[in-house]
Design a protein around this ligand. Structure first.
Ligand code: NAD
Length: 352
């Protein structure tokens, strides 16, 4: 009896234990599934987050890369190599204005003045001049480029002025004769007014065209010229003549120090290919394999000079002219178009 009762008790206990064990096992199972679920959702969250972060990072990278590129370009431009520039003491360093300094002659003059260590301000309206003619100085501490038309007054502090602003080639100055006249008259008046106000010495880039269609060869300084005041070239010829007159009026009446350089035909790098004059015409025609055009008999004379202000003899340089005590004509030897240019071009450019 007792043993049966004990057995029943034992089986009841073991059943309860079994139930308990089963319960614990079930709980452990549920807990483990829950844990897995939590883990999974954590991993899922993390991967979503990581993916998102990756996407954001790649987006940021996409935006930042071009900026980095720009910064690299800027750094490069800051470390840009300029042509060598002399050091000048404060006393010797001049503040120089070059009007028309982005043009053919003006940009070579700017090179010379910059290399000699002066502070140069180029003023140009880019009618025929180009920024690229002076781009190698942009950013240099001694250099400034101003987009300005000399027909409007300019207020600036300078010690010397080189006044070159004016179209020089026939197609350019005949394109807008009134503007050419304004540039050479009102523009020159404005620049002379500036020279007077700041006490600067001024050099006017005049031209051999002031002799017009000369009857005297070669032209000397005391020859007054033979000019047609109403001809197609008059806007330039007469514009320069009156510009010279204004310079001397300012010198006599106001005491402004002026120099006038009558420049003859100049050629060299940066000259306009559509200049319309004999040297560029010959070169262009030769390059295009066309016959070279010689007008008339080809025996007409011209005086040519190479533009380089760096290697040219002292007297031929407008740069030195502003320092010396008298005016002079800037010209090379007189030669005929056929004997000089034609042969020269033939030698340099291999014609078919
Ligand atoms: N190149 C020659 O053979 C030659 C001969 C005689 C005289 N010159 C004189 O030398 C000077 C320069 O001639 P270039 O051959 O260099 O000519 P260019 O046309 O190359 O240069 C003239 C410059 O003056 C600028 N300019 C024109 N009108 C202007 C205005 N209203 N305001 C500001 N800038 C203006 C042009 O944009 C250009 O940069 C001119 O005065 C010209 O009369 C030149």
């Amino acid at each position: 009896m007792l043993s049966q009762a004990l057995l029943r008790l034992a089986s009841a206990v073991s059943r309860r234990r079994m139930k308990l064990l089963l319960g614990i096992a079930l709980l452990a199972y549920v807990a483990s599934i829950w844990g897995n679920l939590v883990n999974m959702s954590f991993l899922l969250n993390r991967s979503i987050q990581e993916n998102g972060e990756l996407k954001i990072e790649s987006k940021i990278e996409e935006i930042v890369e071009p900026l980095r590129e720009k910064i690299r370009d800027l750094e490069k431009s800051f470390t840009q190599k300029y042509p060598p520039v002399k050091f000048l003491s404060e006393k010797d360093r001049k503040r120089i204005l070059v009007t028309g300094g982005a043009g053919f002659v003006g940009s070579h003059l700017t090179d010379k003045l910059m290399m000699d260590g002066h502070e140069v301000t180029v003023v140009d309206n880019f009618f025929t001049g180009r920024k690229r003619n002076v781009e190698h100085w942009i950013g240099h501490e001694n250099f400034e480029l101003i987009n300005h038309d000399v027909v409007e007054p300019l207020y600036i502090e300078v010690d010397q002025i080189y006044h070159l602003a004016s179209p020089a080639s026939p197609p350019n100055y005949m394109y807008n004769p009134i503007k050419t006249l304004k540039t050479n008259t009102i523009g020159t008046l404005n620049v002379l007014g500036l020279a007077k106000r700041v006490g600067a010495r001024l050099l006017l880039a005049s031209t051999s065209e002031v002799y017009g269609d000369p009857e005297v060869h070669p032209q000397t300084e005391d020859y007054w010229g033979h000019v047609n005041p109403i001809g197609p070239r008059a806007c330039y010829d007469e514009g320069k003549r009156v510009a010279e007159t204004m310079c001397y009026a300012y010198m006599k009446q106001e005491g402004v120090e002026v120099r006038v350089a009558r420049i003859f035909n100049t050629f060299g790098p940066r000259m306009h290919m559509n200049d319309g004059r004999v040297v560029s015409n010959f070169i262009l025609q030769a390059l295009q394999g066309e016959p070279l055009t010689v007008y008339g008999s080809g025996s007409q004379t011209r005086a040519f000079q190479y533009v380089s202000l760096i290697k040219a003899p002292r007297l031929l340089q407008p740069y030195h002219l502003v320092e010396c005590s008298r005016d002079c004509a800037l010209k090379g030897p007189s030669v005929t178009t056929r004997s000089y240019c034609f042969k020269g071009v033939r030698q340099k450019i291999h014609l078919k």
